[in-house]
Design a binder for this molecule. Structure first.
Ligand code: PEP
Ligand code: CO
Length: 448
């Protein structure tokens, strides 16, 4: 049950990071009122279902695939983009089911991933300094004074874009999605370029044979009605989260109904801070990003605040150390969690600790660094007597050029060809598929 000393507004009395001040407080109040009147984006029933599945993941029965853009943009809310994102996540989940022989919980960074934490409050270009861009939920990316002023109406725009995104995804899933049953639509040309092409072809052949077999036994599978898909985003902008945090009939708890699974970012996880205060009272399953500065002591305190009853299915630790730090940072944290017998799920985010800038100033990540961190996390968790419960990627269903490496061997010079992200670099379609194949191979070899 939500704690008695908590309310959806109790975070306001705590110190808050990444805050924005709206210059027009009357307009802000009007937006908050409007947003709190709208119907929720997700339901408490779906949230409870996800909690049960995450509890089963802690017992090794499910595996989590969480992925999507670093920051969604409003103009990427189009049928092509949504379809391609859903397709890449569903295909990756098939590959992971093959590799792990577990059900996969599909968790998009989608339908609300609109607010971004920034390392600096301001940005300077050619001697001009302006407030930083904080994602479309807050302000606009153009480098002008006006664009960078926080506009509360962006919260209504964010809500509306999240609603149409969810609506379209739900229809695609409920109505069947032809791409999924036809391996000939899976765009697998990149496989021939890889040194692992034989293994990759073998996995796809097995998946394709299984679909054929299922269709012979069970008849044509033309609906994916049984395919569940959940959404998630960083719960960074607390006014937006609070406006949709409600009690629902016949349930005791408070739910944040903007998304199934909100998470606390690396920059806002202070024990005495506003974000931890807000998150401790909502009944959703939640994540916390855990980076290199976390200590075992602080981690145990945080876990106790966020999951005081040590319930399964409540808490995921999403670790993001960077491949060079994993061996040093992860083992003491895992030992502490094991020693205190805390119930939670370990997820690896091998993206956020592996970002660097190229000579011409583009942010990028290398496919090999990402894979190295992920395999390191798998190995350490296994060695410490627990297991990796899921993976968290920034990815897109298009063939953008933002990360280097993969079967096509993208170099830093190739990045300018189709570099689209406004924030962090994402794996493209081919790189994401290949990453899933390599993980599936590793999972299959763990079973052997
Ligand atoms: C993110 O997930 O986009 C992000 C900002 O991550 P982190 O909080 O781990 O830096
Ligand atoms: Co990011």
């Amino acid at each position: 049950m939500s704690p008695s000393d908590w309310s959806p507004e109790s975070w306001k009395s705590k110190p808050i990071k990444q805050w924005v001040d709206y210059p027009d407080q009357d307009e802000y109040a009007a937006v908050m009122h409007e947003l709190s009147q709208y119907p929720p984006l997700v339901t408490s029933g779906e949230i409870e279902q996800l909690r049960q599945e995450l509890a089963a993941a802690e017992d090794g029965k499910y595996f989590v695939l969480q992925g999507g853009d670093c920051s969604e943009t409003f103009d990427a809310c189009s049928s092509d983009r949504i379809t391609s994102k859903l397709k890449i996540l569903l295909l990756m989940s098939y590959i992971l089911i093959y590799g792990s022989r577990k059900r996969v919980i599909r968790l998009g960074r989608i339908a609300g991933q609109y607010a971004k934490p920034r390392s600096k409050d301001t940005e300077t270009r050619d001697g001009v300094t302006l407030p930083s861009y904080r994602g479309p939920l807050i302000n606009s990316p153009e480098f002008t004074e006006e664009a960078r002023i926080p506009d509360p109406w962006n919260m209504i725009r964010g809500y509306s874009h999240a609603a149409v995104t969810l609506n379209f995804m739900r229809s695609l899933i409920a109505g069947g999605f032809a791409d999924m049953h036809h391996p000939e639509y899976w765009e697998l040309g990149f496989i021939n370029l890889s040194e692992h092409s034989r293994e990759y072809r073998h996995i796809f052949q097995s998946i394709s044979t299984s679909i054929d077999f299922m269709e012979i036994v069970a008849g044509k599978i033309d609906s994916l009605a049984e395919t569940r898909f959940y959404c998630s985003h960083e719960g960074l902008h607390l006014p937006y989260e609070m406006a949709q945090t409600r009690r629902v009939p016949r349930r005791e708890n408070w739910y944040d109904l903007t998304t199934h699974f909100p998470w606390i970012g690396e920059r806002t996880r202070q024990l005495d801070g506003a974000h931890v205060e807000f998150f401790r009272g909502i009944a959703n399953p939640i994540g916390v990003k855990v980076g290199p500065t976390m200590t075992p002591d602080e981690l145990i305190k945080l876990v106790e605040v966020l999951n005081p009853k040590n319930e399964k299915g409540r808490l995921c630790l999403i670790c993001r150390f960077g491949m060079a730090n994993v061996e040093k940072c992860l083992p003491p944290l895992v030992s502490a969690i094991q020693e205190h017998k805390k119930n939670l799920l370990w997820i690896s985010d091998p993206m956020h600790g592996n970002t660097h800038s190229t000579a011409n100033g583009l942010k990028t990540r290398s496919f090999d660094d990402i894979l190295k961190e992920l395999l390191g996390v798998m190995r350490i968790l296994d060695r410490e007597g627990t297991h990796l419960g899921g993976i968290h990627f920034e990815l897109t269903g298009e063939n953008v050029t933002e990360c280097t490496g993969g079967a096509r061997g993208l170099t830093e010079d190739d990045l300018v060809k189709d570099y689209q992200t406004e924030v962090d670099p994402r794996l493209n379609y081919e790189q994401a598929m290949e990453m899933a194949l390599l993980i599936a191979e590793r999972q299959a070899s763990f079973r052997r």
